[in-house]
Design a protein around this ligand. Structure first.
Ligand code: PLP
Length: 439
């Protein structure tokens, strides 16, 4: 064992797989074995590996200006260009953007931005945030408090109550519906629960509702039709801001530019972006807010004092240059259109596993999907613990496919957006063999 403390890993675990290089949609281990990267690293390497333009952009920018900070309005051209390009792309009105390095730190930024905003407009009591069960928003102390997964909270005594984080239902019909309940009734029940929560807590105390349009790390949950329309109507009624965490769903992943578009979420007030913003070639994130929220903070900030928040790497010039090039490639090569077509194909092929005795549910949208493995197909009884999911993930690796077991026994797929139809066939074939081994 090396001296690394591995992330999200039991301390008794031993090293599993040593990856050495990548090319296109494939990575290779130190023995030269090839794997189809079925999860884009960690839902992030949208343009695959070895992209020459991104490599050259990195080297050029490092040669030109390897670092410069953005504190106090010190700036650089590549950061400004990225902000312009990004804010023109997002479905957020007159967007303003704050740069960070990870999805977690971008969500922390939003928590502080919300507090600063409501202080600025004289509503300091409006600071609670509603997040959903089985959501994933990161792992810093504040972002892990937003996250609705026990695995990221147990043993850490997180300040969930102190931060004013409230929890509402996960919109997962397969796991959350009552016996005999229709999808429409399920949506009505859980959105009624949301409204009751708001009324119980007091609408004047609630700042925002955070949601991944389609969850990723917690099992790729696609909410039923009509869910977000009802949620948005409730939030509008009580003057609560919609905060879209698009760290996984942003940039073509779900069959459209953003997950909000796919799910019919109209003009969110806040958006969190990371991962595919730079195709993961450099760490960069963006906390995007609606222009009127920003405008309302400008004058009062003279009285309130400095927005005392910023990371050394906020607006890192090399990360900005790589993100800017990534966005250029997305547009120039119609990567989202291509991903939408390949996404339809992936969903069709994944659906072929629907009748498999181990598969309880197939879900997904665009180039993201998951198969939930169950102990009993008829009743939907789940496996105890994550052993079967971990076994299936290892079996995939043995057949040369990288996937990820999430939420216990769901196997997630999230290949690079550049994947071809033949490579999707290869993914399906390898997964089929791994599933056969899992029986
Ligand atoms: N938000 C969502 C929706 C995510 O999926 C993730 C990571 O997977 C994060 C936030 C946290 O991002 P990071 O791991 O870059 O801190």
């Amino acid at each position: 064992m090396s001296s690394i403390i591995y992330p999200t890993t039991n301390f008794t675990a031993t090293e599993q797989l040593t990856i050495e290089r990548g090319e296109g949609v494939y990575v290779y281990d130190t023995n030269g074995k090839q794997y189809l990267e079925g999860l884009s690293g960690l839902w992030c390497t949208s343009l695959g590996y070895g992209n020459r333009e991104l490599i050259d952009t990195t080297a050029e920018q490092m040669g030109k200006l390897a670092f410069s900070h953005m504190f106090g309005g010190k700036t650089h051209k590549v950061g400004m260009e990225l902000a312009e390009k990004l804010t023109a792309m997002v479905p957020v009105d007159n967007a303003r953007v704050f740069f960070g390095s990870s999805g977690s730190d971008a969500n922390d930024t939003h928590i502080k931005m919300l507090r600063y905003y409501f202080n600025a407009i004289g509503k300091p009591q409006k600071r609670k945030i509603i997040s959903r069960e089985r959501s994933y928003h990161g792992v810093t102390v504040a972002a892990a408090s937003l996250t609705g997964l026990p695995v990221n909270q147990t043993n850490f005594d997180l300040p969930i109550d102190a931060l004013g984080i409230l929890r509402t239902d996960a919109p997962h019909y397969y796991r959350g519906a009552l016996a005999g309940e229709s999808e429409a009734d399920f949506v009505t029940r859980i959105t009624n629960n949301l409204e009751q929560l708001i009324l119980r807590e007091g609408p004047d105390t609630i700042a925002a509702f955070i949601a991944e349009p389609i969850t990723g790390a917690s099992g790729v949950i696609v909410p039923p039709a009509g869910y977000y329309q009802k949620v948005q109507a409730i939030l509008d009624k009580y003057d609560i801001l919609f905060w879209a965490d698009e760290v996984i769903t942003g940039f073509g992943r779900t069959g459209n530019d953003f997950g909000c578009t796919t799910m019919g979420i109209e003009r969110p007030a806040l958006m969190t972006l990371a991962k595919q913003l730079s195709s993961a070639y450099m760490p960069i994130s963006a906390s995007v807010i609606r222009g009127d929220l920003y405008d309302a903070m400008v004058e009062p900030s003279n009285k309130l004092g400095v927005f005392g928040h910023g990371y050394t790497y906020s607006g890192h010039p090399v990360a900005c240059a790589v993100a800017l090039k990534t966005l250029e490639i997305y547009q120039r090569d119609d990567i989202f259109g291509r991903a939408a077509r390949m996404g339809e194909y992936l969903q069709r092929r994944l659906a072929e596993f629907r009748d498999h005795p181990l598969v309880g549910e197939v879900r997904g949208s665009g180039l993201i999907g998951a198969l939930e493995l169950v102990a009993d197909k008829a009743s939907g009884r789940a496996f105890d613990g994550g052993a079967v999911g971990a076994f299936a993930q290892r079996a995939c690796e043995q057949h040369g496919l990288i996937t990820r077991a999430v939420a216990g026994s769901s196997i997630a797929f999230c290949p690079p957006l550049i994947i071809s139809e033949a490579q999707i066939d290869e993914l399906i074939e390898k997964f089929g063999k791994a599933l056969a081994d899992t029986q």
